[in-house]
Design a protein around this ligand. Sequence first.
Ligand code: NDP
Ligand code: 8X3
Length: 249
Amino acid sequence: MMNVLITGASSGFGEAMARRFVKEGHRVIAAARRCDRLLALQADLGPALLPVVLDVTDKASIKAMLAGLPAEWTPVDVLVNNAGLALGVAPAQKALLSDWETMIDTNVRGLVTLTHALLPGMVARGRGTIVNIGSTAGETPYPGGNVYGATKAFVEQFTRNLRADLVGAGVRATNVAPGLCGGTEFSQVRLHGDAAAAAKVYEGTTPLSADDIAESVYWVASLPPHVNVNQLELMPVCQGYGPFSLVRQ
Ligand code: NDP
Ligand code: 8X3
């Protein structure tokens, strides 16, 4: 039985992962800002889920949450850094600086702060797993991806550098990088609440689902302890890579 801390567990991938780990007999600390969502999830999943209200951009909130964990929910064996978001699809020259700052604070600062807090304990115990949720956008640029893709490139390289530092420590680190994935609030958040435009993103496609991601993360975390998946990139079959763009005069 593992204690699994999942950030962004109030929706999408995080919620699906919480359901998956609890179903497999593990204890899940479900963290997010929306308390009502977490309480509803707890009502559904029962005492194996501990809801904790957390804003990952708030260092004090992270410290207080970790310090307040009941003894039986520690140590944290698996940290899934999933909380994250994209904001906007405008080209860089038209993007809002506030959107860029929120993405960096959440996808980068929040992820490293939680990792920094939990890593020493994992190393001291000689075991632990950190799964970071990156994106295909971390490797493949696209118009409007500007800072979102850059934050996910950070997640990918930070994960690889964790691997470099953790060799021999018994602690694993994985970057799970999904492509187009529907059924979450991702596009609605990115498009500032425009539900119709968000639905259009997935029109005519069979995207990945949150359950597909939960399955992958569960697999990574439940492999024998000597196996480290460094990087796992997933796409729906209907998605692929495109050519370079070229402007002809
Ligand atoms: P959702 O919007 O459905 O879920 C995002 C989760 O992050 C929510 O639970 C939200 O909870 C939480 N969150 C956001 N900001 C904060 C914060 N400051 N503190 C704590 N929690 C926060 O999106 P997805 O499930 O689709 O996305 C999950 C992750 O997967 C993200 O990192 C995203 O970038 C990545 N991803 C998504 C893809 C997709 O196509 N859907 C593809 C590739 C990667 P709350 O608002 O309650 O705090
Ligand atoms: C989410 C996938 O293609 O919208 O990270 O950037 S994409």
